[in-house]
Design a protein around this ligand. Structure first.
Ligand SMILES: NC(=O)c1ccc[n+]([C@@H]2O[C@H](COP(=O)([O-])OP(=O)(O)OC[C@H]3O[C@@H](n4cnc5c(N)ncnc54)[C@H](OP(=O)(O)O)[C@@H]3O)[C@@H](O)[C@H]2O)c1
Length: 322
């Protein structure tokens, strides 16, 4: 089958290890199913994999991709949950020490077909296209858990979203607005700030600019470049939820004095549970909120999508279709 896979790692030139070509068809073990992929989406995780972050040399060649929407062996339209926990694990799959994401231990979704545990498929609402549904398993699920589970945000509260153009960030803005939050967003780019306003942000700011008022929570995926500003933007007792470090994991100033003096809560967040993915699909079905898609490309043009993400030249998701 046709697939997009990592053959080698490079920190400086991640696309050098990216290959588009033939890979063996997946085989479904007991308790697994095969999904015919109709649409799949790109995540920064795929670039990290090509840099050798989170993926082991001995796992190569590895088909990339965590996100897929397609049709299972029984003909059902489904969305794939990318968090694969141990079969014996009960409860929150993201907390299983043995869990992995598709494309880390098991082959990923940038392919004609993907094998997944049967419990990892969730019904796709008819109101969502395959392209829209393909955006949910990683970026949108991460945003959902950051806001509502880890952030515990309630209607009427305020949130700052850093780095407005990212896949997670656009989801945070759209979901935050739909949930009745006051949404502030930052971006380095004027055009992206304007797009963030259209998407639902109440106010937008240049990266690092002082906000008119301190917020209840900050959603952080940028890391080093925005960390200090995130801490300084919180009200006493506020919550900083972090799920990514696109600009690097080591901030120049961790602002620890502020963290303890203002009794801030710093909470990590990764992906989400299968139950949260179901809730997210329901939320989109009833609210009419839809993922922001920067571009849709045939999977054969995947290299163009990877290059756009590596260049930071995106607003929302890159989706590949079969
Ligand atoms: N923990 C998890 O489960 C999980 C899930 C999904 C993603 N993530 C992580 O979250 C991060 C975001 O991923 P993504 O796929 O949404 O998109 P992304 O392409 O990594 O995010 C791009 C955004 O980051 C901002 N940015 C990048 N470098 C910056 C810098 N030097 N200064 C300020 N802003 C900068 C940009 O915002 P502007 O251009 O608008 O300023 C850009 O739009 C990644 O690191 C990813 O690995 C984690």
């Amino acid at each position: 089958m046709f697939a997009v896979y990592a053959e080698s790692f490079s920190t400086d030139d991640p696309l050098s290890g990216l290959v588009l070509g033939e890979r063996p068809d997946p085989v479904a073990e007991d308790g697994w199913t095969i999904v015919d992929v109709k649409a799949t989406a790109l995540n920064h995780h795929d670039l990290w994999s090509l840099r050798g972050v989170g993926l082991k040399q001995e796992a190569l060649p590895m088909i990339l991709g965590c996100d897929a929407a397609g049709v299972d062996q029984d003909g059902n339209e489904v969305v794939v949950h990318a968090v694969v926990s141990d079969p014996s694990w009960q409860g929150d799959e993201t907390l299983d020490p043995k869990r992995s994401l598709l494309s880390e231990r098991y082959q990923g979704t940038l392919a004609d077909r993907v094998a997944v545990p049967t419990r990892n498929v969730v019904p796709k609402p008819a109101s969502l296209s395959f392209e829209e549904a393909a955006c949910l398993p990683t970026a949108w699920l991460t945003a959902y858990r950051m806001l509502f589970t880890q952030g515990g945000l309630k209607p009427g509260e305020s949130v700052l979203v850093q780095g407005a153009g990212g896949g997670v960030a656009t989801a945070l803005i759209a979901l935050g607005r739909a949930a009745g939050l006051r949404v502030y967003a930052t971006s380095r780019d004027e055009t992206k700030r304007a797009r963030a306003l259209e998407l639902g942000a109440h106010e937008v700011f240049e990266t690092g600019a002082r906000l008119p008022t301190r917020v209840d929570a900050v959603m952080e995926t940028v890391g080093r470049a925005t960390w200090s500003h995130s801490v300084k933007s919180l009200r006493p007792g506020g919550t900083l939820v972090v799920s990514g470090t696109t600009s690097g994991p080591n901030p120049d100033n961790a602002e620890l004095t502020r963290v303890f003096f203002l009794q801030l809560r710093v909470i990590g967040s990764t992906m989400g549970t299968q139950a949260e993915l179901r809730s997210l699909t329901e939320l989109l079905d009833v609210s009419g909120v839809r993922p922001v898609i920067d571009r849709v490309l045939p999977l054969e043009k995947a290299r163009d999508g990877f290059a756009a993400m590596a260049g930071g030249d995106l607003f929302g998701k890159v989706v590949f279709t079969r």
